[in-house]
Design a protein. Structure first.
Length: 474
């Protein structure tokens, strides 16, 4: 009996010490990440404000994409792309090790891209900057590989929170974004402490975060839930379109026999042409102004999300530096905006729900998206957004803007095919068999229980018979 109590006391003491250790380390991560993230955001706002005073600023986009691509290729190829994906890749493949050179290169390249009009977001660079700083501090403190990974994950949540001011959603995002079908419970507390710490630091340094008041207008709860199911399915399909656009544009530009910075300039010329074609600069930059207007109830045309997909794909595919969540919010908000116009619903409310539900689909982070809805728009709106988020997350399948996400448990449709050993052949007979199995409830094929896959989205795509060039990241 005494030995049992001694064992219990020792283990509980170690648990308390470990918890205290990570509260301190996570708070440290939030501080050391919050400072450079705040500097990045302040410089971005200041530079954008100066450049936007010139009516024809969009003519600078080719120069911006040229310089961004040149800097990244010359100094730190790890800084290319939309940031968060590189952090996920480093956590899965390099035990969280990231080169410190990435931090200034990513910051400068993203500032050039966004200030001069490239279409991208600011959260990816913030996450990569945060993760890079955290990796450097972890090396300085000589952390073990497991502790370094946890500390770098704190950098992701701190960067996310520093940009959006949603600490709980940021912590959930960091714990959820690495895998599909598995949540990193043991890393949630450090991520949460880092999020709050970074939020306080960025606010103290003068960063202003998003704040919205969205009216909740519903006819009946049943009708609203039906709307959410249909809207979520639409956003899942839109997310597939976004990922396909990103992949195919990158492949297309990669096949052009030009020096990479010149490809950036060429893509920039196309973006200038889009401005003249549409008569607006709405599809350039981060797009925060459009999102704000959509949430305030201003109506936008149905072509808005599609042009944002094009401009974002061209920016990131040609070597421009920036994040992907900014465009995701733009596409989701404008999709919800037009959907509400078609159905005669509240435009601001559907724009808000579209913004977070599209995040759930495109990034495979439904829990973080639901919490973001509650933090930004209130619990009432977030409760309905939860349905759209869940539907969009399932409809998108194994498609993601982060192809390095590891699939630990497949989503229902894919899981049914897997566990019931249904042969996936896509000729006429094979397709007929797939639908026959579905409508018969898979009775011809006995299930064998759940399984953990442990493959990245990219590996699953390559293993399914498609090539890197023509896949859509299923």
């Amino acid at each position: 009996m005494i030995n049992r109590w001694v064992r219990f006391a020792v283990l509980q003491t170690l648990i308390l010490l470990t918890t205290g250790k990570w509260v301190i380390l996570a708070a440290l991560a939030g501080v050391v990440v919050g400072i450079p993230v705040a500097a990045f955001l302040i410089l971005l706002d200041a530079g954008t404000g100066v450049v936007r005073q010139w009516q024809w600023y969009f003519l600078l986009v080719p120069l911006g994409l040229f310089l961004s691509s040149f800097l990244v290729n010359w100094l730190a190829p790890d800084a290319q792309g939309h940031g968060t994906e590189k952090v996920i890749e480093a956590l899965h493949e390099k035990e969280g090790m990231m080169r410190l050179r990435v931090i200034p290169v990513k910051m400068v390249a993203t500032l050039i891209t966004l200030i001069l009009g490239g279409s991208a977001g600011k959260e990816g660079p913030s996450a990569q900057i945060g993760a890079g700083v955290a990796s450097g501090v972890a090396s300085l403190l000589r952390m073990t590989p497991i502790d370094r990974q946890r500390f770098v994950q704190c950098g992701i949540s701190a960067g996310f929170s520093g940009v959006f001011g949603t600490p709980i959603a940021a912590a959930l995002f960091a714990a959820e974004v690495l895998h599909i079908g598995r949540f990193s419970y043991n890393r949630f507390l450090p991520s949460l402490i880092a999020s709050y710490s970074a939020l306080m630091v960025t606010r103290a340094l003068g960063v202003r975060h998003l704040s919205y008041t969205v009216p909740l207008e519903i006819e009946t709860e049943i009708i609203m839930l039906l709307h959410m199911v249909g809207f979520g399915a639409l956003l899942g399909l839109m997310a597939i379109l976004l990922v396909s656009g990103l992949n195919r544009t990158e492949h297309l530009i990669g096949g052009i026999p030009l020096w990479k910075p010149l490809k950036g300039a060429l893509a920039g010329l196309v973006l200038v042409g889009i401005v003249f074609l549409t008569g607006t600069t709405n599809y350039l930059g981060v797009g925060t102004g459009v999102v704000d207007a959509a949430l305030d109830g201003q109506a936008f045309r149905g072509i808005a999300p599609f042009f944002k997909i094009i401009t974002t794909s061209l920016t990131l595919g040609s070597g421009g530096s920036g994040g992907i969540l900014g465009p995701i919010f733009f596409i989701g908000a404008t999709s919800g905006n037009y959907w509400a116009q078609l159905l005669g619903q509240n435009v601001g409310m559907f724009s808000a729900i579209g913004m977070v539900a599209f995040l759930a689909a495109a990034a495979n982070t439904p829990i973080a998206a639901i919490m973001m809805a509650m933090e930004l728009f209130g619990v009432a709106t977030g409760s309905y957004a939860a349905v759209a988020c869940a539907v969009a997350y399932l409809v998108v399948g194994h498609v993601s803007v982060y192809p390095s996400q590891i699939i630990h448990q497949k989503k229902p449709f894919f899981m049914d095919l897997e566990v019931h050993q249904v042969e996936q052949v896509f000729d006429r007979r094979g397709i007929s068999n797939l639908f026959r199995c579905f409508f018969r409830g898979y009775r011809d094929n006995p299930g064998r229980g759940l399984s953990l896959e442990g493959k990245t989205i990219e590996e699953e795509s390559l293993g399914s018979g498609t090539t890197t060039d023509d896949r859509m990241d299923f």
